[in-house]
Design a protein around this ligand. Sequence first.
Ligand code: AR6
Length: 217
Amino acid sequence: MDELSLIIPAPSGHGLLVVSTGDLAATATDAVVNAANAELRGGGGVDGALHRAAGPELLPAGRTIVARRGPLAAGEAVITPGFNLPARHVIHAVGPIWHGGTHGEAQALAAAHANSLRLAAEHGLAQVAFPAISCGSYGYPPEQAAPIALAEAIRGLRAGLVREVRFVLHGQAMLTVWHTALQALAGQSARDAGDAQTRPDQSRLGPTSALPPPDIA
Ligand code: AR6
């Protein structure tokens, strides 16, 4: 599995950002984030994969939450147990449907990530694994989603909300997009070098040991 990781300074010690390919439904972590729909009614893509692996209890767990508080708006997130998943919890985040980029998509995508990390912190969870939210059926261009997702992950790690954020992506093409976005984010802050380092031993994707630190706070 190709994997790229970045160490992020945090209030106590450091946080770790990992970008890899893989199957989110097979990822052992404190919480996986589901790219859910507003009614938490299950679906295709990563949602379908998580429901299949979690077993039949996940659907009613989500439905109970929606019955209590109503459908989720884009950008909102709620949490359930992981049931039969290797992950202990599922954070169900609703990403925006892409309508051309002028309908608040970027703000909603950022909020979906930020709210997921806040929820993890509130539940004392240290590790969170995300898919490429909105980049499948919801049609968000991955090249535009990746910088937003990564920036929010880095922001959450810097704030010490969680200790590890992992992006588990489907396919090499998506991994390349995330990798490129990470390098671009880091490049923006090259002048502030010195407060983050890559782990070159885990980087098999290119010149990542020279990656300057992101500074997107
Ligand atoms: N592990 C990691 N990533 C995956 C997996 C997996 N097992 N399966 C798919 N992906 P999507 P969205 C990738 O469509 O765009 C559902 O029906 C996939 O290749 O799952 O937010 C929901 O119920 C893509 O890159 O989520 C909603 O109605 C990324 O995950 C709607 O789709 C996200 O694709 C949400 O659409």
